[in-house]
Design a protein around this ligand. Sequence first.
Ligand SMILES: CC(C)(COP(=O)(O)OP(=O)(O)OC[C@H]1O[C@@H](n2cnc3c(N)ncnc32)[C@H](O)[C@@H]1OP(=O)(O)O)[C@@H](O)C(=O)NCCC(=O)NCCSC(=O)/C=C/CCCCCCCCCCCCC(=O)O
Ligand SMILES: Cc1cc2nc3c(=O)[nH]c(=O)nc-3n(C[C@H](O)[C@H](O)[C@H](O)COP(=O)(O)OP(=O)(O)OC[C@H]3O[C@@H](n4cnc5c(N)ncnc54)[C@H](O)[C@@H]3O)c2cc1C
Length: 663
Amino acid sequence: MEGVDYLRDERSKAQFDVETMKVAWAGSPEAFLVCDRMAKLVANDPVFEKFSKPMLGRKELFKNTLRKTAHAWKLVNDLHLTEEEAKWLRHYIDEPSYTDLQWEMFVPALEGQGTEEQKKKWVPLAKTMQIIGTYAQTELGHGSNVQGLETTATFDRQSDEFVIHSPTLTSSKWWPGGLAKVTTHAIVYARLIIDGHFYGVHGFIVQLRSLEDHSPLPGITLGDIGMKFGHGTYNTMDNGVARFDRVRIPRDQMLMRVSQVTKEGKYMKSNVPRQLGYATMVSVRQTIVSDASKALSRAVCIATRYSAIRRQFGSRDGGPETQVLDYKTQQSRLFPLVASAFAFRFASDWLKLLYTDVKQRLEVNDFSTLPEVHACTAGFKSLTTAATAEGIEECRKLCGGHGYLISSGLPELFAFYVPACTYEGENVVMLLQVARFLVKTVSDLGNKQPVGTAAYLGRASLLVQKNCVVQTAEDWLNPIAILEAFEARAARMAVGCCQRLAEFKSPEEGFAELSSDLAEASLAHCQVIVVSTFIRRLQQDIPGRGVKQALEVLCNVYALFLLHKHQGDFLATGYLTPKQASLANDQLRTLYSKVRPNAIALVDSFNHTDHYLSSVLGRYDGNVYPKLYEAALKDPLNDSDIADGIHQYVQPILKQKLHSSKL
Ligand SMILES: CC(C)(COP(=O)(O)OP(=O)(O)OC[C@H]1O[C@@H](n2cnc3c(N)ncnc32)[C@H](O)[C@@H]1OP(=O)(O)O)[C@@H](O)C(=O)NCCC(=O)NCCSC(=O)/C=C/CCCCCCCCCCCCC(=O)O
Ligand SMILES: Cc1cc2nc3c(=O)[nH]c(=O)nc-3n(C[C@H](O)[C@H](O)[C@H](O)COP(=O)(O)OP(=O)(O)OC[C@H]3O[C@@H](n4cnc5c(N)ncnc54)[C@H](O)[C@@H]3O)c2cc1C
């Protein structure tokens, strides 16, 4: 049998309806149709070919992306694509480019932080790409500490302008995508100074380049910050450096939704919290969670298909060897990642609803849920990106040696994905934000009943006393038992941290000293939400033969895998006994056997095209070995039998050897 037959055989074993599962993964029939159409549009267009990328030098790589981006924009206009469709189009093109910043950060920053008047002026220009913008917050010396930024925006009452200035080397803007070569504008975050007084960090719309000839405007120095990790991936993007030498912008180019500066130089705070200035980051963190499920689904699709084709050992009589997918070790590394992709997908759907809700509330100046939404987006961003980055690398290892080939698609995916752990809020820094929220919630328990995602903490006094009642491995299939275990562990960790915080001289000193424990408690809290979101999703109507059952198995795999991985926490907090932890692991092994017949069908449900996967190992048809061979032959080194440099550098060595052996 060939790889093609192996996958056909696997598909025939599926116990659920794949087409309906595709809709469950996409979120709705409409969402499925949009994704499917955009994926095929990209896959069938030769302009979006990706194979040659790893062979290109930096300049060609960059130009190639500019060409693709221009073609994509033409398609958006010619085909009258909606914003949603255009977003999926960019997603399937699968190359970081300046348009990510334009649509994911520049436009949301204008919409979220601009006044009505500002939005009316700037948003249409941006949405029609008459101006191209980036989000210039991070500096050479500061990224995480936004209030520590050094760029200044000094109000000049006489000319009614702000003077944007980079006073030090470390104040150079450093990292913004598209800044080096493309963007005409940026939202520059700078410290506002009026009459020598500092008024905190604010966003300013600054034109960077001439709209006529694209050259940098006077006083602005722009450049690229250099090559990044993984040749063909993030180097398609011109992350840039910018320095400002007393650049003047009109007063009305300060984003003034949160606070205003009048013509007279009076600083006026609106009735909105200053954290609204951070709203763009909340919006993007929510997008990043959705991206995590996509990236992880891509990696597990490759690793699962290849694991069904790859055979090693197990044959003593010349018969077929064992499919590596049948090894329990392979299953215990791979199936939790398949389950995580689904868990993150449902978590991101839920987060989108939460975000839509807070956006509507903010419109009418209701800020009550902002701290919870900030904690959720920050925590989910950290949890999902860390697990996805680790998961992609695990999938590479699951593919053995071939996983290290660029043609497997996994090294490039990892290189593309891994900065998500850093950008939009470094992951540990984000967990510490969740910790602040948890500490406040627990400290306030006497006065205020927590709601929403923190509601379970309202039962903290019960959860710290109760013990797990599980007696058999079967009991671990009960969602109530699972959820209570996660809640009890998270509540005990949060309460334990708060009790120890009280022993320090000041809360700040305690927070700093206990920050590692607080970060772990935050992760536990986020896991409660992801697990409960998955459980709740299964309580909804899910049509299709066997679809709900297959998802139930995955939900249990996700939860029990986490329980096994973090069993130290579950045992240390005293909620579980070692016996109960061991029963959870027994159940997990049984669940892997239930996933096994559905494995290929589950990853087919992601509906990924071969173009999107860009992996010889993950091909839908399973024709792996002939295509691996074909891909290898296309390497430039195989253009000739005798490579450049052989005559010059190798033959003299060989000849010298002959000469010395004569002596
Ligand atoms: C939160 C910080 C770390 C620091 O805050 P802190 O020190 O506490 O101080 P303050 O700033 O004073 O905050 C005080 C209180 O405010 C609360 N707070 C903080 N943040 C928020 C918030 N956002 N909302 C609400 N409340 C907030 C805080 O908790 C305090 O509360 P309290 O007093 O305790 O009650 C902060 O400084 C920070 O956020 N730092 C991180 C900096 C950061 O994230 N920078 C991002 C820079 S931009 C960037 O990185 C861009 C990257 C580009 C990536 C490309 C885009 C990706 C998009 C997805 C791709 C889609 C493309 C499609 C293609 C495809 O899919 O393939
Ligand atoms: C690919 C990529 C694209 C980017 N695009 C943009 C962009 O378009 N626009 C933009 O403005 N920025 C962009 N950035 C910058 C990005 O937002 C920052 O790098 C990120 O916010 C992290 O900040 P930092 O680099 O200052 O890390 P640092 O904060 O210096 O982190 C270094 C280490 O210090 C630790 N640390 C920091 N603070 C604390 C603390 N309080 N407690 C405990 N530990 C701490 C961190 O956990 C980390 O381990 C991009 C970055 C990358 C990698």
